[in-house]
Design a protein around this ligand. Sequence first.
Ligand SMILES: [Zn+2]
Ligand SMILES: [Zn+2]
Length: 155
Amino acid sequence: MTMILTVPQHANCECGACQFEVDAAPAARFICHCTICQAYTGKPFSDVTVLRARSVDVHGAENIAFREYRLPPNISRGLCKRCGKPAIEFGGFGPAKIAFILSSNFNRKDLLPPVEMHMFYHRRQSDAVDALPKYSGYLRSNLAAIKLILGVLQS
Ligand SMILES: [Zn+2]
Ligand SMILES: [Zn+2]
């Protein structure tokens, strides 16, 4: 079934100081249980929507403090300087750049794609009650994420 998604989509951090206009339908969505995501979100896991960075317009970029994580897959995670909550994350994959926005930061969550999988499931704080694929271990989780991201880049 093909879903017709209304664009543009809008997202923002919790306080609204960082705003994002998305001019393409979000391409993928997954849940990450890794400890970095847990620290970044302050929640047991991170439910993120994946987009091509070029389809995201950032307003209030001066309100975002980025922290780089050098380990693969080289994610730069932005927190809002005002509310201290997640704003946007970027990952560099060759010439292509990917953006990750917390699914809960979108105004129209009903227009987001369904969650496709769980990764870093071995770090979970509680079991997920769904039939989605669950990837455990650093390598398996990263391979699953890279495959999903390559799909986004080809879309
Ligand atoms: Zn904020
Ligand atoms: Zn993670």
